[in-house]
Design a protein around this ligand. Sequence first.
Ligand code: HEM
Length: 947
Amino acid sequence: MTRCLTWLLAPLLLLAGCISTTPQASLDDTGNCTAMVVGGFRKVADERSERFNGKVGEQVARCRGGDRAAAFRTTPYVDWSNYWATGDATSLLPGTSGVGSHLGANGRGVDGALLDLEYQRMELIKFNLFDNAGSFADYALGRDGVPGTALKTWPSMRLDAGSPFHAAVGGDGPQLCQGELIRWRQLDGICNDLRNPWMGATGTLFARNVQFEATYPDSSGDPLARNRHGDRLSLLQPDPQLISRKLFTRAQSDPAECRDGQGLPGAAVDANCDYQKAPFFNVLAAFWIQFMTHDWFSHMEEGHNGPQWMAVGCAGDAAKLGCRPGDRIDASFVADSSVPPRYTAADGTKPLARAFRTHANKVTAWWDASQIYGYDATSRLRVKRDPADAARLLMHPGTRPGAGEALGQLPVFGPGDPINPQWAGQGTAAQADNWSIGVGFYHTIFSREHNAFVAEFRRRAAAAPDEDSGLRDPAQPTAVVRYRDVSPDVLFEVARLVVAAEIAKIHTIEWTPQLLYDEPLNLAMNANWGGLFDGHRWVENALEAVVVQNFGKSADAKKAGQWYSALASGPGIFGLGARVYTSDRFFARHDATKDDIWDLANPDHVNGGVNHFGSPFNFPEEFVSVYRLHSLVPDLIELRHWDADPNRIAAKVPVIETFRAKATGALANEGAADWALSMGRQRLGLLTLGNSPAFLQNLPLPRLQSSTGKIDVAALDLIRDREHGVPRFNEFRRQYGLRQLTSFDDFIDARLPADSPERARQVQVIADLRSIYGQHKCDASKVITAAQKNLDGSPINDCLGKPDGSLVDNIEDVDTVVGWLAEFTRPHGYAISETQFQVFILNASRRLFSDRFFTSSFRPEFYGKLGVEWVSHNGPTGKQFEPRESNGHRVEVSPFKRVLLRTVPELSAELAGVVNAFDPWARDRGEYYGLGWTPRKGAESDPAFRP
Ligand code: HEM
């Protein structure tokens, strides 16, 4: 098989792809590359402890990145970030100006990075899926002769007798969703997978990405966890509010200008709250991800947690730093805290079959825009449809001038709406909690977008009422549905499918490549969507053939799991299985010369593109943890007016003054265009220590039963992770196949010169970390993990490579959020850390692989002809391209920019110079992934560019 793939992918991946771990030194590229090629493809690890860890041998490093790549192989961080062409122009081979050929140094660097990332994804799929809902023993042991990783249905994903749809899907017999249940996204998420109706539905359990034994390290009965942490940890130990005040607080040059995030009276422009800014990512991007998480997961139900109230730290002297001992919060809901079952593994051991405790996801896990459209009966009552046309969402014309305002603002909750009192006065939305100016903005423009789709559909229907809309009713699969036959209810649900897919596309090919601003990630994310080999048809065809001949229907675990991911990189995950040709099925792209036999009446076609890799899809607790991105938010928003000089900051509006109902008021008063312009031009906060918004450390919440009425959200992020049993940072890395750190000093970026001020700053932060988490005398007899071994094959012990009895840092105790914020060493252009990214590689891919509406059901039968066109071409008027190349690529006008141009057309002049709408709008993108903070032409007078 190795040979076959080598042949197929040569020359594209061969030079990049063959990973040798032989540590031989050579200064000559040709020699290094030849040695690497002879080494052949690296094997996907058989054992958890033999994983790749993102570290390559010296020859491979030199072949792909020269001396620099070789020099940093001893750090814990992934090697690909030091390969040629993976950074800005300075990472290109001297004398070159672009990536060039795959065989040149820059091409080898980028291809090598892509291959490293794909190996990581394959091993993440293999080693990091731990379903909590009852399927894990089958996954580990297999069922009826089928290996666990090739299983496709699970008893725990059936609808139970209490479901109103139990009989409709087959009752107590084999269950299969059909008819109306498969026509569109169901409100509570059932029947996305036809044979696993309950998967991803509201109320299903959060999964895990780590061995169950590694969860709840502070309270578990696991001996390794006890060895790892001694008795140093508990829910409030180390003190989360102390950590927040000491490690998270934003230092202020003049606290009187910031006033804990409240700014100055009247939103005066003289206010200033210092924060560390990311030069290549804007505030729109910060709120985009809050908007996304509201769709994906929630531990809270209707804006509250469980019934018990608990203290949240700030003991002893900590209060001197500004925290509040009187704060209280409601404890997280627990779904099941009974003693977890165990199963007997092949080696006779009895591992856990679920985590020590479980928690339910209170919204659908699907990327289905449930924050807009609802996830249960109560939330659906908050969704307002237009009485004049039930296909539309209700919007009221805004009062500010501008074509976008005429498209409407959200209606406000009224009497009789099922809301929590603290949501009164907010714009209507299914998910109403923590409503911010940004979230309100996105709900507004995607409601406008929904209506824009409906309007275009109606236009086509009026022009040609008897024409085939492309839609089909699964109950009558062969009957043509003409435009005139489409009822408002059907059109509403089709528009929901389109909006959800647009959002997924924006996130995948626009938000993420700007979050991870370098060439490998730009290619990788576009590959998830459109295919790595877009435009290289011979490779695609070869891949199709391999899949059909070797893996297509295979129940073999290795084939189904490991290579599927890699091969799907060819055509891309999106639309996988949406074409079925007699000779090649799963990886086929559209080919007008072939006869597409995809059939709505055939469940294997409707569902055929999904792959769950043996484990039912849901987000893991660890995924929620790495999305605790509160540091992205600034304290003050620099308000600008689109119909005045956009370079002028007219006011500094405290974000806290745009929270909940005030967000809706602010949107109505200023109009969506002003907020888009303001958030589009302003840089967001870096995800690093010392950068939490002051207002979030002092957030008033009316529902709190405490003397202070406030909560520190940054401290709460740590408490929630502890309640949910997220492993601490070092074990978290080991579990995800990344190298461990052996002391706090490993956080320091080894690439910085010894005398750099930034290095000195990092050294100071390390001292603070040490003062909080402390040190202990190590005991080499204590083995601390089952996830990895030392490089010599010995178990990892409490001394982490130091002599027995040494004083070692309590690096094992560092909270995961603290750890990834402290990761100063990052790939170029990464707004997040490599640890967070590792979590995304797995779960972002799975979220696409598992959803039939993004794979085999991305078809006109469900989306209509217009819907398929709209999602594929970013709107109704065909593909559009930017006039200039960006980072060496010809680029389509991005999907979010197209949404903005449709829904906030006032901004067309401002957006003309924007390539990625999440890049600060007035920034000059410079050359090849430059991070410079310089104005583009026309924005020179913008004060944001002053030093
Ligand atoms: C105005 C801005 C924001 C405010 C006021 C806010 C406030 C809060 C509050 C009060 C909680 C609930 C804590 C609890 O009881 O568990 C929370 C949770 C959370 N927030 Fe934010 N937040 C804001 C922005 C963001 C942003 C930009 C992100 C980025 C992704 C984010 C991600 C999260 C996540 C992942 C959770 C945990 C949700 C869960 O456990 O299900 N928030 N936030």
